[in-house]
Design a binder for this molecule. Structure first.
Ligand SMILES: Nc1nc2c([nH]c(=O)n2[C@@H]2O[C@H](COP(=O)(O)OP(=O)(O)OP(=O)(O)O)[C@@H](O)[C@H]2O)c(=O)[nH]1
Length: 142
């Protein structure tokens, strides 16, 4: 089976990370994820992520460091999830696909029901919170 590349954004703002809940009309309904989506043919992953976030949340982001990809097989498909640290650049969040979003702190990061493919990424973020979140937050405040 073909592996599907999927980008996702760990959007850091005010020392928190944005998590989005998949709605009933999506697959994995009710599961939490980092927003993003499938990379189109010949598309640059960072460009894909900026496009997906614009479509799903209506905001512009600055895409930064790539984290370790997560390869995961669901019963019907195998995905390679490509996570990137990102910052909120402009716009107001308007959800077009998700049922809700939450800004999570380190101590609430493990409390939501993550999509299985996201778990290694969530763990990496939890372990490296200071490096990944606190330093991104410092950049945000220049
Ligand atoms: N965006 C995103 N998708 C994820 C994550 N974790 C995870 O397992 N997935 C899975 O990756 C696949 C692609 O996600 P998607 O539905 O957001 O992609 P898309 O918007 O391009 O899809 P579509 O245009 O086919 O509707 C889905 O099967 C989704 O369940 C995640 O953190 N972010």
């Amino acid at each position: 089976m073909k592996t599907i590349p999927v980008t996702c954004a760990l959007i850091i703002h005010e020392g928190k990370v944005l998590a989005a809940q998949r709605s009933e009309s999506m697959d994995l309904p009710g599961k939490w994820e980092f927003p993003g989506g499938k990379v189109e043919e010949h598309e640059d992953p960072k460009e894909c992520l900026r496009r997906e976030i614009r479509e799903e949340l209506g905001i512009e982001i600055i895409v930064g460091e790539a984290l370790m990809p997560s390869l995961f097989s669901y019963p019907s498909r195998t995905i390679r999830l490509l996570p990137f640290i990102a910052r909120w650049k402009s716009g107001e969040i308007r959800m077009s696909e998700h049922s809700q979003v939450l800004w999570l702190e380190r101590n609430s990061l493990l409390s939501v029901d993550w999509a299985e493919a996201d778990i290694p990424i969530v763990q990496e973020l939890h372990e490296n919170w200071v490096k990944l979140v606190v330093s991104t937050n410092a950049e945000e405040h220049g």
